[in-house]
Design a protein around this ligand. Structure first.
Ligand code: PBG
Length: 341
C-alpha cells in the first residue's frame, strides 16, 4: 500500500507516538564508564584532549564512580597510571598496583558496582607496547648506534606476553575485579587467562574480550590520558587492520572458542558494520567501545557550538545500540545516564 493510504508521518506526529513505536532504547545499566586511576590523594588531573575526563586518585575515583552509579550506570572499567614503568609491566600485576588498590576501595564502598579490569601491559611498560619487546636478530647484527625504531628492529613477542597477562588477570581477580577485559590483542590470551583464573579458583569470573580491536587513530587522546604511547613503532603488528571485517569475525570466533563470555568491538562509530555483522553471527553479549577520539571529536565540535553536544552524544550512543551492541563503553556514561533518568 502506497501513498496516500500509507503515510509514515502519522506515527511521527507527537513525542508519545514516536516513543510508542521506537525500535531501539538506551538504558543506563548498559553503559560502562572508563576511569583512569593514578597515585596520590585528592587528585583530579584534567586530560587536555578529553574535556570532562580526569586522572583520578583512588579517593576521587570512588567519588566519581558513586556519582555514575547513582545515575544508574552499572559498571566502570579501570585503567591504571602506575608509579613506575619497566620492561615486565610489574605495575600491572603487583598486589598493591594502582588498579588493584582502586578496585579494593571501589568494591568496599560500592559493592553493587561492577568493576571491570582492562588487562593490557602498555600503561605499565617503559616502551609503551602491549607486550614483551625483543630486538630481532637483524637489529642485533646492525650498527649499535642505530636507534631501534623501524618495524624490523624489534618485535612484540606473543607467547612470552601471555604469562604476564594471565598473572595480571589473576591479580586483578584477587583484588575483586568482577570482569576481566583483555585488550592487548595477543593470540591465545583468552585461553591463557581462562586457564590461570580457573587454576587460581576464579572459575566464576567472566572474560569480556576486546575481540576485534582495530589499530586506530581514534585512540590518540587515550594515550595522553593513560600515558601509554608506544615509544617506537606502532601497534599494527598486533591490533587489526581497519580494512578487515572477515578477519574480525575470525578473531571473535577464536576468542569464543578460547572461553570468552562476552566480546567487544573497538572503536565503535567507525566500525558499526562490524558490530552489526557480529550481532548477526554470534549469540553472546556484544559490547562496543566508543573510544577517546570519538569522544574528543564530539566534545571539540560542541565546544565550538558546531553541534548540540547532548543531542549528538545520545544519537551516537543510540546508533551503536541500533547496530547491535548491548553494552557500550563510553566516556559519556555518567552524563548520558543522567539524561536518560
Ligand atoms: C590498551 C587500551 C587502549 C585503549 C583501551 N585499552 C589504547 C591502545 O590500544 O592504544 C583505547 C581506548 C580509547 O581510545 O578510549 N591497549
Amino acid at each position: 500500500m502506497a501513498f496516500p493510504l500509507t503515510r509514515l508521518r502519522r506515527l511521527r506526529r507527537t513525542e508519545p507516538l514516536r516513543s510508542l513505536v521506537r525500535e531501539t532504547r538506551l538504558t543506563p545499566e548498559s553503559l560502562v564508564y572508563p576511569m583512569f586511576v593514578c597515585p596520590g590523594k585528592a587528585t583530579r588531573k584534567a586530560v587536555r584532549s578529553m574535556p570532562g575526563v580526569f586522572n583520578l586518585s583512588v579517593d576521587e575515583a570512588v567519588k566519581e564512580a558513586r556519582e555514575a552509579h547513582s545515575a544508574g550506570v552499572s559498571s566502570v572499567i579501570l585503567f591504571g597510571l602506575p608509579e613506575n614503568k619497566d620492561e615486565v609491566a610489574s605495575g600491572a600485576w603487583a598486589e598493591d598496583g594502582i588498579v588493584q588498590r582502586a578496585t579494593r576501595a571501589l568494591k568496599r564502598e560500592l559493592p553493587d558496582l561492577i568493576v571491570m579490569g582492562d588487562v593490557c601491559l602498555c600503561e605499565y611498560m617503559s616502551h609503551g607496547h602491549c607486550g614483551v619487546v625483543r630486538a630481532t636478530p637483524q637489529s642485533l647484527g646492525a650498527a649499535v648506534a642505530a636507534p631501534r625504531t623501524t618495524t624490523t628492529d624489534f618485535e612484540i613477542v606473543n607467547d612470552a606476553t601471555l604469562e604476564l597477562l594471565a598473572r595480571t588477570s589473576v591479580s586483578l581477580a584477587r583484588a575483586g575485579v568482577d570482569v576481566i577485559a583483555p585488550s592487548d590483542m595477543m593470540d591465545g590470551r583468552v585461553a591463557a587467562i581462562r586457564k590461570a583464573l580457573d587454576e587460581a579458583g576464579f572459575i566464576n569470573t567472566p572474560i569480556l574480550s576486546y575481540a576485534a580491536k582495530f589499530a586506530s587513530g581514534f585512540y590518540g587522546p587515550f594515550r595522553e590520558a593513560a600515558d601509554s604511547s608506544p615509544q617506537f613503532g606502532d601497534r599494527r603488528s598486533y591490533q587489526m587492520d581497519p580494512a578487515n571485517i572477515r578477519e574480525a569475525m575470525r578473531e571473535i570466533e577464536l576468542d569464543l572458542e578460547e572461553g570468552a563470555d562476552m566480546i567487544m568491538i573497538k572503536p565503535a562509530m567507525p566500525y558499526l558494520d562490524v558490530i552489526a555483522a557480529a550481532r548477526e553471527r554470534f549469540d553472546v553479549p556484544l559490547a562496543a567501545y566508543q573510544v577517546s577520539g570519538e569522544y574528543a571529536m564530539i566534545e571539540a565540535a560542541a565546544h565550538n557550538n558546531w553541534i548540540d553536544r547532548d543531542r549528538v552524544m545520545m544519537e551516537s550512543l543510540l546508533s551503536i545500540r541500533r547496530a547491535g551492541a548491548s553494552i557500550i563503553l563510553t566516556y559519556f556514561a555518567k552524563d548520558a545516564a543522567r539524561l536518560l533518568a
